[in-house]
Design a protein around this ligand. Structure first.
Ligand code: FAD
Ligand code: MG
Length: 445
């Protein structure tokens, strides 16, 4: 199993491990699954990081057995013909060197079945400076890095040496990308500013600002009425909404194509996802950078040139699956599925069920194809407003649109009931209570 995200965690949970079932090796640089929809709330400290992460060994307790393993490592290379994966240990600061480790810290793992669920990376669209200056929001480390930056800037803004303009810059948060994640983070930050910064530091709160930069529409996937509602709610809460395209990111400001400069103290880049170098390097067929899978979520070798110069499709690897953000079925009857937790999780359940059903002579029995069931889309901007759209995936299918308090309530209950473990559900519920009773904690370390 490569990865410990949404897709991988579901496979690990559902797979029959040990006791005559499978032996399981999990490879991922992080030893936990992150409940991504709640990540924006961990940035402001509404939720504790522990409420939003689940150790993979708790997801699959059999990983404690000596015959199964979780390895803190990244997969570097897959050789489907030889059924093995090259991995590299990823622990930091432990004083490893190429001489102290056998094989320079790299090792091969052999497999009978392989599931690739290594997710995607934040897309930069080649805009210079993004990698160096912007924060992505993909996992808990990112969330905590943004939080540290935010709190540091709030404290630094009160130093007597600063000009008013410099204070204003430090306290301005710019979010590039107006998808659900961007607007949710903007809403969270408004709540954070109004409810907590104001309570604890009037000086900083009067200069604090949040700006969203989006080239097209905010929350493009939602119906027109909900999009307008989101835009209106954000503007009423004094979130700056800038229509523009970013040309370059500098250390202290963002440059737009129309020539304007937007200064920032904290910059979050949230403009969708692209392929990771690991996926790009795999010897498999791709579709727009993602692994092209068939209806059974199996990958295929790279196409080759036949004798007549025509392209010959690669062989289907029935023992290699790819799920979640790193994969896409270009011929899916429902259209190429979007990079969503729901998709990854349902694909994980499908793959686990297929693996559990396959044994001995049924090794390659394929059974039914994967069918995705869209449960709806939601975005919560805290007290700024919430939207939910229940129903089909396509705009043409019928929807049940909700907004405001009902959508907010739905959002919270949906996510708290979906949180994997009881510990997480209780922690999240408790965090929400303490945050609303006593406010968020602004301690910085
Ligand atoms: P991920 O969950 O990203 O997991 C990838 C895993 O692979 C990670 O454990 C990573 O460490 C590991 N990995 C990476 N490279 C390697 C390697 N080379 N070798 C081994 N392991 C590797 N979706 C929704 O449906 N609803 C939402 O509300 C929603 N909100 C979101 C909010 C945020 C802030 C973000 C970032 C995403 C959100 N998403 C949401 C999208 C959702 O999180 C993704 O679609 C989902 O995580 C995809 O699951 P995955 O298993 O493919 O990859
Ligand atoms: Mg995963």
């Amino acid at each position: 199993m490569l990865g410990t995200g949404w897709g991988a965690a579901r496979v690990c949970r559902d797979l029959r491990v040990g006791g005559g079932g499978f032996g399981l090796d999990v490879v991922s640089p992080r030893n936990h699954m992150v409940f991504t929809p709640l990540l924006p709330q961990s940035v402001t400290g509404t939720l504790d990081p522990h409420a939003v992460t689940v150790p993979i060994r708790e997801v699959q307790p059999r990983l404690r057995d000596p015959s199964n393993h979780y390895y803190t490592a990244s997969a570097l290379e897959v050789r489907p013909e030889e059924r093995r994966v090259l991995c590299q240990g990823t622990a930091e600061g432990v004083g490893w060197s190429s001489t102290s480790c056998r094989g320079g810290n790299k090792f091969w793992l052999e497999y009978d079945r392989l599931v690739i669920a290594t997710g995607a990376a934040g897309a930069t669209f080649g805009v210079p400076g993004v990698e160096n200056h912007a924060h992505f929001l993909r996992d808990m480390r990112d969330g905590q890095a943004i939080r540290r930056r935010l709190l540091q800037n709030i404290e630094a803004s009160t130093l007597p040496t600063l000009t008013q303009e410099e204070r204003r810059r430090l306290l301005s948060v710019v979010i590039v990308g107006g998808g659900p994640t961007g607007v949710e983070l903007a809403g969270e930050l408004v709540d954070f500013a109004v409810q907590d910064v104001k309570r604890l530091c009037l000086e900083a709160s009067s200069l604090f600002s949040v700006t969203l930069v989006e080239a097209q529409q905010l929350v493009g996937g939602f119906d027109e009425s909900l999009r307008r509602y989101v835009e209106r709610s954000l503007m009423q809460s004094h979130v700056g909404v800038l229509k523009g395209v970013v040309k370059e990111v500098r250390e202290n400001c963002v440059l737009l194509t129309d020539g304007s400069e937007v200064p920032y103290g904290t910059l979050v880049w949230s403009t969708g996802v692209g392929p990771t170098p690991f996926i790009s390097g795999l010897p498999c067929e791709k579709h727009r950078g993602r692994l092209a899978v068939d209806g059974h979520l199996n990958v295929r070798g790279s196409p080759s040139k036949g004798k007549d110069g025509l392209e010959v499709p690669g062989e289907v690897y029935n023992d290699v699956f790819a799920i979640g953000d790193c994969a896409v079925d270009p011929n899916c009857a429902q259209g190429p599925l979007p990079p969503l937790a729901q998709v990854a999780e349902q694909q994980g359940a499908y793959v686990a069920a297929r693996l559990n059903a396959s044994s001995g002579s049924h090794y390659n029995a394929k059974g039914r194809e994967f069918v995705y069931k869209h449960l709806g889309s939601m975005a919560s901007m805290g007290s700024v407003g919430s939207v939910a759209s229940l129903g089909g995936l396509k705009a043409s299918e019928s929807h049940w649109n909700l907004r405001g308090l009902t959508a907010w309530f739905m959002w919270r209950s949906a996510y708290v009931t979906r949180l994997g473990a009881w510990r997480n559900r209780l922690s999240a519920a408790l965090n929400w209570c303490t945050a609303s009773l006593f406010g968020r904690n602004l301690s910085r370390w």
